[in-house]
Design a binder for this molecule. Structure first.
Ligand code: ZN
Length: 294
């Protein structure tokens, strides 16, 4: 799943490629993708991409109408969800895509024939596209917590988020309403780098631990962005995977201490951690396994 560093890199890549290009047409290939109906997608035709932004894990393409046509600037906002991806294409067919069973969800074509596809693997269609005049009209953006790369995200702000919260730190880190942009992968990476159990209660962190966690959050995300910088959309997935130290690496040796990375499974996700680095050498109970063993 693309998280803050990948979406940041996608925004940078699209700024290079798409800025100044004029939109020919936008087409939906998977009906559930489009979450807004006013303005209609046809309003994009003839608009020019002027900028790209990131809000948490949302990607925003800002457009401007042709001079003197009186139309409002628009924001085409994309959330790639768990299995979505963006693929740049130097040459797209003139005909709109046929809605169907393939992974194609959405296509944006420029007047010069280039453009991009949004694709989504799997059967659970969660990828979302919004066309709005104000990004805050997207509920998931309006409710975002502070962005961890914004200078206003200080150790004191993190302390305020964690204070009194009797929930596991793993859940707090990936809750978009508390901190924007961190998901399942980078919360595993942050907690590994901070040598902290994912099950630690947020409210139990000391001031020093909050300061150290803050430093690790910012450094982990900045490192990931630095590795992604200058990479085209197509190369980001492999780079993200190669850069992860514990996430998705159950059974492999921890790159810090050599212990075996372990996993705790939940209904629709799993977390990975290193017992030696994070839990005093003790494996965490895997709820799924312990239920089976009863
Ligand atoms: Zn370790």
């Amino acid at each position: 799943m693309p998280e803050l560093p990948e979406v940041e890199a996608l925004a940078a890549d699209l700024r290079e490629r798409a800025k100044g290009r004029v939109i020919d047409r936008a087409d939906i290939a998977e009906i559930s993708v489009l979450k807004t109906y006013d303005p209609a997608l046809t309003a994009l035709s003839g608009q020019t991409i002027t900028q790209t932004h990131r809000y948490g894990k949302f990607l925003d393409l800002v457009t401007e109408p042709a001079a003197g046509d009186g139309a409002a600037p628009l924001h085409l906002i994309v959330h790639l969800a768990r299995a979505g991806w963006l693929r740049w294409r130097d040459s797209l067919p003139e005909q709109p895509p046929r809605p169907g069973k393939g992974p194609l969800a959405f296509r944006l074509r420029f007047t010069d024939g280039a453009g991009f596809d949004l694709t989504e693997a799997g059967t659970r269609k969660r990828l979302a596209v919004y066309l709005v005049t104000d990004p805050a009209a997207v509920p998931g953006i309006a409710s975002l917590g502070p962005d961890p790369l914004d200078p206003s995200f200080t150790p004191a702000v993190l302390g305020g988020i964690l204070a009194g919260r009797r929930t596991q730190i793993k859940g707090v880190l990936r809750d978009q309403k508390m901190i924007a942009g961190i998901g399942n992968a980078y919360s595993d990476e942050v907690l590994h780098a901070a040598r902290m159990s994912p099950f630690r209660l947020a409210s139990s962190l000391t001031e020093d631990e909050v300061t150290a966690l803050h430093e690790v959050i910012v450094a982990t995300l900045r490192d990931a962005i630095a590795r992604s910088q200058g990479l085209a959309a197509g190369d980001l997935k492999a780079e993200k995977k190669a850069g992860l130290r514990v996430h998705g690496r159950a059974g492999q040796p921890c790159p810090v201490c050599g212990d075996t990375v372990r996993e705790v499974s939940f209904a629709d996700s799993a977390l990975q951690y290193c017992p030696t680095c994070q839990t005093g050498g003790k494996p965490l109970a895997d709820r799924r396994l312990s239920r089976l063993l009863k």
